[in-house]
Design a protein around this ligand. Structure first.
Ligand code: GLY
Length: 310
């Protein structure tokens, strides 16, 4: 009998990240990813499910203002936070997502409620807010979400009239976009989750790839679990998370081969900007990106946790 094991991967965004690729800020990002990986380990090592690990890890990252999700979300053209998130599990391909929501501390938790307590996959704006209220999810005041850093970033973007990626801002103030988690539990089940504030100065009502099943997130026990980060429109146009899964399903590729080929596809088709983390049905971890760097970390088969900017 093979030994039961678990794997976990996280990302905190992709981009040039030149200004934080070393030094104190880099240490803060690495420490946060490391801390969340170890939190996820406590769940998976004790027999918790992949869905639980993904939800808990994504919640931790949403609660850390360093990242563009939850309380650190970027601002839209009106100077407001609008967030997207989705979660998916690989047993039954159950999925839930929320888009263009506001004043919800943990969009990933609301996405899980949609997955488990509705017959729908995706709820947006007022519909998602109403669903949250029905399920006792409280609305949190704006002050919780809008950090000083995000206000300055938005003002610069608005002045220059640009819609920009969090990690490729107008003044080369290269920062992140999106958080994500993928997990493989001791029962061999996979799950994936992605959560984001989107892109800086985006149109009111713009929805990115993160809540779109198959674009920014995907999980199927027969193939893999994937979470994406980067310029959402590129990932939507290439349905990249499902493309990576299909490479395993139909071409029999392993985690690293499928990730490399999916990233090549992203480049060839749309010169896409961003990356993915992926765990395959054997618990093997892989990461790929077209940007200079991606903040990510992993635990493969219960081994040591590894975090990197590279
Ligand atoms: N990948 C996050 C977004 O474009 O919204």
């Amino acid at each position: 009998m093979t030994k039961k094991t678990y794997s976990l991967m996280l990302h905190g965004g992709a981009g040039a990240l030149d200004n934080i690729s070393s030094g104190k800020e880099a240490d803060e990002y690495m420490a946060s990813i490391q801390r969340v990986l170890e939190h996820g380990r406590t769940i998976l090592a004790h027999g918790g499910s992949a869905v639980e690990a993904v939800e808990v890890c994504a919640t931790d990252l949403e609660n850390d203002p360093l990242f563009n999700a939850g309380c650190g979300s970027v601002l839209n053209e009106d100077g407001h936070v609008e967030m997207d998130a989705a979660i998916m599990e690989g047993v039954k391909l159950a999925a839930g997502g929320v888009a263009a929501i506001h004043n919800i501390a943990n969009p990933i938790q609301l996405a899980r409620l949609v997955m488990e307590h509705s017959e729908h996959v995706l709820l947006i704006k007022g519909g998602a807010q109403r669903f949250a209220k029905r399920h006792g999810v409280e609305e949190i005041p704006d002050e919780y979400f809008i950090t000083e850093y995000r206000l300055k970033q938005f003002e610069k973007a608005a002045q220059s009239g640009q819609v920009i990626l969090d990690h490729e801002s107008a003044d080369a103030d290269n920062k992140f976009g999106t958080i994500g988690a993928v997990a493989y539990d001791q029962n061999g089940n996979l799950a994936a989750g992605t959560s984001t504030g989107g892109i800086v100065n985006k149109y009111f009502g713009r929805v990115g790839d993160s809540p779109i099943i198959g674009s920014g997130v995907y999980a199927d026990n027969a193939t893999c679990a994937v979470s994406a980060t980067g310029y959402g429109e590129d990932f939507m146009r290439t349905v990249l998370a499902k493309t990576a899964s299909d490479l395993i399903e139909f071409q029999g590729l392993d985690a690293r081969q499928a990730t490399a080929k999916a990233i090549q596809y992203l480049t060839d088709k749309v010169k896409g900007r961003g990356g993915i983390i992926l765990i395959d049905r054997h618990g093997l971890c892989a990461a790929g990106y077209t940007t200079k760097r991606m903040v990510h970390g992993w635990i493969e088969h219960g081994g040591e946790s590894i975090c990197t900017f590279k």
